[in-house]
Design a protein around this ligand. Structure first.
Ligand code: COA
Ligand code: AMP
Length: 633
């Protein structure tokens, strides 16, 4: 007998219009759609064309109108500032309406972009919702990126206004945001009209007259602005993510499909209902933060937690348990690396014993492969279902998951379970043909992608096609390799491009290589993701110096590390590099990154038949040995 998952999956494949049309009835529309799925301009598919809605109305006002205005919408829990502050849906509506008024007073109109460069404080969420309220397009930039990265995004998004804060707090360090913002605006070709700055008590930023405005002053003078109807297909946000070069890709999210899909995932995938407390321990700068700190839980009328802290060190490895019991969290979503950090500090989970976790129903993990050790440890300590699910910035929600709101399948360690409804997945070989269950190949999704996924890249349809669609016509290329077994369980094994995953953060090794290559003493270089017990992967750089350079190698290494920190940001966690005599290459000149990675990770590797001079691998081994890496051939 088929279960709810099977039924939903089948309908989403055979009758996507009927399936998503029914799901969409759960949202508020000013005007209903002419078409559920519009395929008139393939390969660009659009959802709910002709419809009008407002994302902020659905996330905030609707709940006030439905009588739950007194329920907590946001709980801000900041162990780094010793603050807990709650906002009801009614309070949220008032603040967001006012901040929307502030944006309007600075000339922001429907379709204009607003860059948000902020730490994990509720003002970041207010700013996102305020943009949605007036139909402006937000682009949140993660605080751990350097000025240069912010400048690239400013130049691409061309924001009328930038919203920022005086500082972020990383455990005990106060990170000044304002100098980074000023530097970014100095570096960018495009200049915003205004910056609105939230001054935090830990750091008072200096303001530039005529350009910078104080958040509190502006709020005090603002008139509230109402929700503006926008087209379902209008962009809600742009979120930049790492590509294969230093130029990030502007993933676009629309209003209608996003709202429909995310609200549905809250019940279907996460099994939560209105009034539940949902906590995504991530950052609003990442897609997890967009989808599951802000929009998903608010669409569903849940209480969402905005957490400014780390799984360890704020103050210790018990902070997750304290928050779950204190705020009665029903569902937690984080990255496996957070659990590895907790496990490292408190392997017996002794700190858990002090807290009542009876409210806690499910732990969801994503962002990187869930290693079986972490899975088993979390299951053993928590005694609740631990659910791996797989998704990407581009998709906005899970491609594969154990959809507990529909049906709980037995899990298979190492697999994020089955394709979620709406996702028609296949594994293709190099020739572009589907391969047998269990065999590894490129994981792809047959077009059209379901609602809520990227319709294109910001003002770059060509790059969208080139990056995702051209390699396997008719399919979206996930750039993940893996297999699907005979029971339909998906296994995601590795990226097929040069993206690496550092503590659940997605980074481009190509981008790092571009920065290293700018060093005047470097002739060529390669950056690889090598195994790391805590962060999953960390970047490791190898450089060949120009002939005649006689400087101390450690000085060049230090300079390169500093320049990646300054140009990409501390989040790159680039701390290890080594100078080598030569880089191993194929006869056609392709650097053998895979072989070098195996050497560094102490894994077995086959000496490639495509190199001329094998002694180069011994040289690499020797150089890596000097920094504590090395291997067996
Ligand atoms: N603003 C400024 N700097 C930031 C920052 C921010 N928002 N976020 C991180 N950084 C800095 C950190 O201070 C650190 O700098 P350092 O080199 O001076 O120490 C660097 O970027 C790396 O940060 P992070 O990746 O957080 O590593 P960490 O060693 O400080 O902590 C973990 C490791 C595992 C505890 C941490 O990565 C974590 O909590 N991960 C949770 C998972 C997560 O949020 N994933 C996101 C996707 S779901
Ligand atoms: P991001 O766009 O930052 O969300 O990163 C997306 C990438 O992270 C995916 O393409 C995968 O490589 C990896 N990823 C995310 N979730 C998982 C998972 N559950 N299992 C394996 N890899 C994952």
């Amino acid at each position: 007998m088929s279960n709810l998952y099977d039924k939903a999956y089948e309908q989403s494949m055979n009758d996507p219009d009927g399936f998503w049309g029914d799901v969409a009835e759960d949202c508020h529309w000013y005007k209903k759609w002419d078409k559920v799925l519009d395929d008139s301009n393939k390969p660009f598919y659009r959802w709910f064309t002709g419809a009008e809605t407002n994302t902020c109305y659905n996330a905030v006002d609707l709940h006030v109108d439905n009588g739950i205005g007194d329920q907590d919408a946001i709980i801000y829990d900041s162990p780094v500032t010793d603050t807990i502050k709650k906002y009801t849906y009614s309070e949220l509506k008032d603040i967001v309406s006012k901040f929307a008024g502030v944006l309007k007073s600075k000339g922001v109109e429907k379709g204009d972009r607003v860059v948000i460069y902020m730490p994990m404080i509720p003002q970041a969420v207010f700013a996102m919702l305020a943009c949605a309220r007036i139909g402006a397009v937000h682009s949140v930039v993660f605080g751990g990126f350097a000025a240069n990265e912010l400048a690239t995004r400013i130049d691409d998004a061309k924001p009328k206004v930038i919203v920022s804060a005086s500082c972020g707090i990383e455990v005990k360090k106060v990170i000044k945001y304002k100098p980074l913002l000023d530097k970014a605006i100095e570096l960018s070709t495009f200049k915003p009209d205004a910056c609105i700055l939230f001054q935090r008590p830990q750091e008072k930023a200096s303001m530039i007259d005529g350009r910078d405005f104080d958040w509190d002053d502006e709020m005090a003078a603002a008139s509230p602005a109402d929700c503006v109807p926008v087209k379902a297909t209008d962009p809600l946000y742009i979120l930049y993510t790492s590509g294969t070069t230093g130029q990030p890709k502007g993933v676009v999210r629309d209003n209608g499909g996003h709202m429909v899909a995310l609200k549905w995932t809250m019940s279907a995938i996460y099994g939560v209902k209105q009034g539940d407390v949902y906590w995504a321990a991530s950052d609003i700068g990442w897609v997890v933060g967009h989808s599951y700190i802000v929009y998903g839980p608010l669409f569903k009328g849940c209480t969402t937690i905005v957490f400014e802290g780390k799984p360890v060190g704020t103050p210790d490895a018990s902070v997750f348990w304290r928050i779950i019991s204190q705020h009665k969290v029903n569902t937690l979503f984080t990255a496996p690396t957070a659990f590895r950090a907790i496990k490292r500090e408190d392997p017996q989970a002794k700190l858990m014993a002090d807290f009542d976790l009876s409210c806690f129903n499910y732990l969801f993990l994503a962002g990187e492969r869930l290693d079986p050790d972490t899975l088993f440890w979390a299951e053993k300590c928590l005694k609740i279902p631990v659910i791996d699910h797989w998704w990407q910035t581009e998709t906005g929600w899970a491609i594969a998951a154990n959809c507990v709101g529909l049906h709980s399948f037995d899990i298979k360690p190492g697999s994020p379970t089955k394709a979620a409804p709406g996702w028609n997945m296949a594994v293709l070989g190099d020739d572009g043909h589907p391969i047998r269950p269990g065999e590894i190949g490129a994981i792809v999704a047959k077009l059209p992608l379901p609602p809520g996924t990227l319709p294109t890249l910001w003002q770059n349809d060509e790059r969208y096609k080139e990056t995702y669609l051209n390699e396997f016509p008719g399919y979206y290329e996930t750039a993940d390799a893996g297999f699907i077994d005979e029971d339909g369980y998906v296994f995601v094994m590795a990226r097929t491009d040069d993206i690496i995953n550092v503590a659940g953060h997605r980074l481009s090794t190509g981008g790092m290589e571009e920065v290293i290559a700018e060093h005047p003493d470097v002739a060529e270089c390669a950056v690889m993701g090598v195994d790391d017990k805590l962060k999953g992967q960390i970047p490791l750089g190898m450089m060949v110096l120009n002939a005649g350079v006689n400087r101390k190698h450690e000085d060049v290494v230090k300079e390169v590390i500093t320049s990646i920190r300054n140009k990409i940001g501390p989040v790159a966690a680039f701390k290890t590099a080594v100078v080598v005599k030569r880089l191993p290459k194929t006869r056609s000149g392709k650097i053998l990154r895979g072989t070098m990675r195996s050497i560094a990770d102490q894994k077995e590797y086959k000496v490639p038949a495509t190199i001329d001079d094998y002694s180069i691998l011994d040289e690499i081994k020797e150089s890596l040995g000097t920094i504590g890496y090395g291997s067996k051939a």
